[in-house]
Design a protein around this ligand. Structure first.
Ligand code: ATP
Ligand code: MG
Length: 197
């Protein structure tokens, strides 16, 4: 039996890691076999991406987006597809929509869509939506010297992109991430019940 692919998406600090973990715990409690994973990955291409993001390696925006897609290709072939073929539910913290929402700030959206065309579409995409101010407050906890103005402008664009993408792609659910952790988790479980149970 083929497993299901669930992508958890949203701006930085929206609660992706928290909710990915909670969803996986809940699915396991229902006796489903689950692979919890994330992008960028921890493998060789993911590590290169992190070095670029930390400005240890300098490259242009198009090359960075190609790296994200190469990382996804490797992630799919080495982990996601084998798990799905074994009937596992795969929950990934970020996937194709992150490339579209973040990458299109600097490079052409249509080109990014083409690059991702051959990758399997998720059976369910959850977008956790929070206003820029909430993202910033939460990010501050892990990055106290955050560049406020620059970050706010960027988050505004990314949030707008997610909003547009949410109505463009099927099997996509837009969730209010300003509620408590338990409430957001409850809304994600409800989305799973509607779309995948
Ligand atoms: N619904 C919520 N209400 C209040 N605080 C939350 C909520 N969800 C997550 N948090 C807190 O916000 C911070 C960021 O959460 P988390 O790491 O899950 O977000 P993320 O989207 O994975 O962030 P990052 O972009 O850093 O990966 C953490 O301190 C977490 O405990
Ligand atoms: Mg995270």
């Amino acid at each position: 039996m083929q497993g299901r692919l669930i992508a958890i998406e949203g701006c930085d600090g929206s609660g992706l890691s928290t909710q990915t973990r909670l969803l996986c715990e809940w699915l396991r409690s229902k006796n489903l076999e689950v692979l919890q994973t994330k992008e960028p990955t921890e493998n060789f291409i993911g590590k290169t991406i992190r070095s670029v993001l930390r400005k240890e390696i300098v490259t242009d925006q198009k090359t960075l987006q190609l790296l994200f897609c190469a990382d996804r290709g490797h992630h799919l072939e080495s982990e996601i597809i084998p798990a799905l073929n074994n009937g596992k539910t795969v929950v990934t913290d970020r996937y194709i929509m992150s490339t579209l929402a973040f990458g299109s700030i600097d490079v052409d959206m249509e080109w990014l869509k083409k690059l991702n065309e051959k990758f399997p579409k998720p059976d369910l995409t959850i977008i956790i939506d929070v206003p820029e101010s909430v993202s910033i407050e939460r990010i501050k906890k892990s990055r106290p010297n955050i560049e406020l103005f620059e970050e706010t402008e960027k988050l505004k664009k990314i949030r707008g992109n997610y909003k547009k993408l949410s109505v463009e792609f099927p099997n996509t659910v837009f969730i209010d991430g300003t509620k408590t952790v338990d409430e957001v988790s409850g809304d994600i479980k409800s989305a799973w019940k509607v779309h995948l149970a």
